[in-house]
Design a binder for this molecule. Sequence first.
Ligand SMILES: *[C@@H]1O[C@H](CO)[C@@H](O)[C@H](O)[C@H]1NC(C)=O
Ligand SMILES: *[C@@H]1O[C@H](CO)[C@@H](O)[C@H](O)[C@H]1NC(C)=O
Ligand SMILES: *[C@@H]1O[C@H](CO)[C@@H](O)[C@H](O)[C@H]1NC(C)=O
Length: 226
Amino acid sequence: MAWPVLQQLLLIAAATTAAASSSATTPDGPAPWPEQFHAVLFTNLTNVSIASTGPPLRLHDLYYDWPRRRNLNLIRHQLSGDPLYDVEWNNGTTFYFDSATCRTQQVPVGVLPPGWLADGGAVYLGRETTGGIDCRVWGKADFILYYEDALTGRPVRWNFLDVTGLQQFVMSFEVGVVLEDDDQWQAPAHCFLDEAAHGTNEDDDHLDEWQAAMLFRKLAGAAAAY
Ligand SMILES: *[C@@H]1O[C@H](CO)[C@@H](O)[C@H](O)[C@H]1NC(C)=O
Ligand SMILES: *[C@@H]1O[C@H](CO)[C@@H](O)[C@H](O)[C@H]1NC(C)=O
Ligand SMILES: *[C@@H]1O[C@H](CO)[C@@H](O)[C@H](O)[C@H]1NC(C)=O
């Protein structure tokens, strides 16, 4: 009679071990980004002190287009009618403009590759529910916390761990959607004026916004380091 009891105990022990090890096991890795997508992001610059020169809440339309090596963030501040464009090209040029101002920067990295997180350097931090969605959480280079849907691998949220405290929540994610209209990507004439005539210095009113806009470039730099 002792034998079945022992067998049961062993089965329970085996099942418990399996459950414990499957929840403690690091998943294979985060999903790579699809090569093209359109995402609507709700953005909060949570460091109110650095966001004080501009409204901290924004809506971003992110058009990621890896085959054409370009990336566009169309940024709408809360209750502002004049959207900001942040256009990044693979040659390292970033244009950041609205209807009146423009800022350009040359950086030594191209557009963020689809494998920026999946191809190395991601640290698994465990499961967490955010916005009611069960997520796997990843960190990279002490620079970002990245939440992906545990079921689908789709991005749900990311927090940049820099002074802006920028947090983005993925409200929609459309794989394969491309912004075809080249006029939307084209930097306007006032981006090509004499450098001295428009500010590219670091101490202007939009520094916080510029820092926030440059975060994807910094991510690309961090990705390139692996
Ligand atoms: C934005 O972040 C700030 C600082 O963490 C927080 O107090 C505020 O509630 C957030 N706003 C929204 C709409 O999430
Ligand atoms: C990079 O490419 C963009 C888009 O074609 C162009 O406007 C920009 O002038 C280029 N930058 C450099 C440094 O060649
Ligand atoms: C928030 O911004 C201020 C002003 O730039 C900066 O001094 C501070 O370190 C930032 N806070 C965090 C937590 O990064």
